[in-house]
Ligand binder design. Structure first.
Ligand code: CA
Length: 515
């Protein structure tokens, strides 16, 4: 019965096999790191404005229900490449191997006649594969770029530098051959080092606080309160908050090392900006909630300053395409590897299946094919990116990719049936200092509600997002929703079978649990 109601829907990949090589579109895939929807004004941000991203979203399609499969950096990249959930591509956490032998969209595009490149953050244990040219750039202030031929010195602010490298590469491509490039920004990842030109942004006002900055975890699984990504406790003074060094040798050195590539002028601007603010902070001797509120302001302003440079550089890319007359034949995709907590639940970071980390912005612009101003409300996930890129490039998607092409949603008639839920599985648990101690969990998210199984603690959570958008009221034991919970528990078991996920703690459904 449940299968009949919520039945798994089989999709055949759409193929544009007869597309002539000369007509195949260029593809620019812009990927930021930890950029939450709450920091994009096109997605309704109440704390900042992102005019160039809003422009991009308005010129094409914005997906209003866009999610990730495993909210963490390395696994998200492996999923983007392969169109597979983490257990199938090996990269279930930042510490596990990536199955580089699997088909990926860059390999398939390269083999089919595309020129391919990747510039920016990589975060997989193998070197980029399937990219004719690549350069790895990490951190914010950087000395240069790691290429297949070695390290090339080129100092700069990474969000600017990655854009420079990418536009230079695009400009050098032959006009009679399509290209695909993955532009991988390090921003807005911890530890949120703004470009010096944005150091004064937001100095004139406080950023609004989320309603759950001071959370009550009473109804949640024990895992929520054990999570170590509290703005109140877990941001390091020098490393995260740009306060004077503390005497912790490792963290103080890390805080200094990330600024070592700065020029003298950049370092002077930096010290000027934070020096005055830190003196005022020391003078105030804040405690309790006032101290947490100060930490939130320091954190969120630096985060949003990093986002400002992303927004500016996305504008540089769209301006470049317009100036070169390339816009009509170039697909531009913008998304982030996952969302981020911007003070919700009192947290920074990601990992949890709660909305701020599960959701991710997704915009696609292709002026000649996608109507401007489109908002698509289907449930889409980062497993869909690879089959979508392949579909538009006229390349058959390999058998077994978990995602589905989004092409039919935005070009032509939308399909009568689409997935009615997404599957999520996070399993990086580490007692170590920087891994945040987020317990392993999996679950199901539909158009309006969510079931989470925190299997380390044998605990379940259920939220109705229509009445509880901040997921403050766990209704797992509410008799009024017992039938719905049972339905979603069965659906989780179906996903385990559909995707053949045997990692983590086994789960075969409510019937077997009752034996
Ligand atoms: Ca990330």
């Amino acid at each position: 019965m449940i299968v009949a109601l919520l039945g798994l829907i089989a999709f055949a990949p759409q193929v544009n096999a007869d597309i002539a090589a000369a007509e195949r579109p260029n593809i620019i895939f812009i990927y930021s790191d930890d950029h939450a929807e709450a920091a994009v004004s096109a997605c309704g941000s109440e704390i900042t404005r992102t005019p160039r991203l809003d422009e991009l979203a308005a010129q094409g399609v914005r997906f209003s229900q866009s999610f990730v499969a495993n909210s963490i950096c390395g696994p998200a990249r492996a999923t983007i490449l392969t169109g597979l959930h983490s257990h199938a591509n090996g990269r279930v956490s930042n510490g596990t191997p990536f199955r580089d032998d699997l088909p990926s969209w860059p390999k398939l595009l390269l083999d089919s006649g595309y020129r391919t490149a990747m510039y920016g953050k990589w975060h997989l244990p193998t070197d980029p594969n399937g990219f004719g040219d690549w350069g790895k750039v990490s951190s914010y202030y950087t000395r240069g770029v790691q290429t297949a031929e070695g390290f090339i010195e080129r100092r700069g602010y990474s969000t600017d530098l990655i854009t420079d490298l990418s536009l230079e590469w695009i400009d050098g491509q032959p006009k009679d051959q399509p290209f695909a490039i993955w532009i991988n920004y390090h921003a807005s990842h911890r530890t949120w080092l703004p470009a010096t030109r944005y150091l004064g942004l937001f100095d004139d006002h406080d950023i609004p606080e989320p309603p759950t900055l001071f959370p009550d975890f009473g109804g949640k699984s024990p895992a929520a309160a054990l999570t170590q990504m509290r703005i109140s406790e877990d941001l390091f003074p020098a490393y995260d908050l740009k306060l004077p060094v503390t005497g912790d040798q490792i963290l103080d050195r890390a805080a200094e090392n990330r600024m070592a590539p700065m020029t003298k002028e950049q370092r002077a601007a930096w010290d000027d900006a934070y020096g005055l603010k830190n003196a005022a902070f020391a003078e105030a001797s804040l405690e309790g909630q006032a101290l947490v509120r100060w930490k939130y302001q320091r954190y969120i302003k630096d985060y949003l300053r990093c986002v400002a440079a992303i927004d500016e550089n996305v504008g540089r890319i769209t301006d470049f395409l317009d100036e070169k007359g390339m816009a009509d034949n170039t697909i531009l995709i913008y998304t982030s590897d996952q969302g981020f907590f911007l003070g919700e639940n009192g947290w920074y970071d990601k990992r949890w299946m709660y909305e701020p980390a599960l959701r991710t912005p997704l915009f696609i612009r292709w002026p000649s094919q996608i109507p401007a101003g489109l908002v698509d409300d289907h449930l889409v996930q980062n497993i869909d990116i690879a089959p979508t890129i392949l579909d538009w490039a006229g390349v058959d998607a390999p058998e077994g990719m978990h995602g589905h092409s989004l092409v039919s949603l935005v070009c032509g008639a939308a399909p009568l049936e689409w997935r009615d839920a997404i599957y999520y599985h996070y399993q990086e648990y580490n007692e170590g200092r920087t891994a945040h101690r987020v317990a392993e969990h999996d679950g199901v998210r539909t158009t309006y509600d969510k079931l989470i199984r925190v299997y380390r603690h044998d605990a379940w959570e259920y939220y109705d997002l229509r009445s509880d958008p901040y997921e403050e009221h766990n209704r797992i034991n509410d008799p009024e929703v017992a039938d719905r919970v049972a339905t979603l528990k069965a659906r989780l078991a179906e996903f385990k079978v559909e995707f053949d996920d045997q990692t983590g703690k086994p789960y075969r459904g409510p019937e077997l649990d009752e034996d």
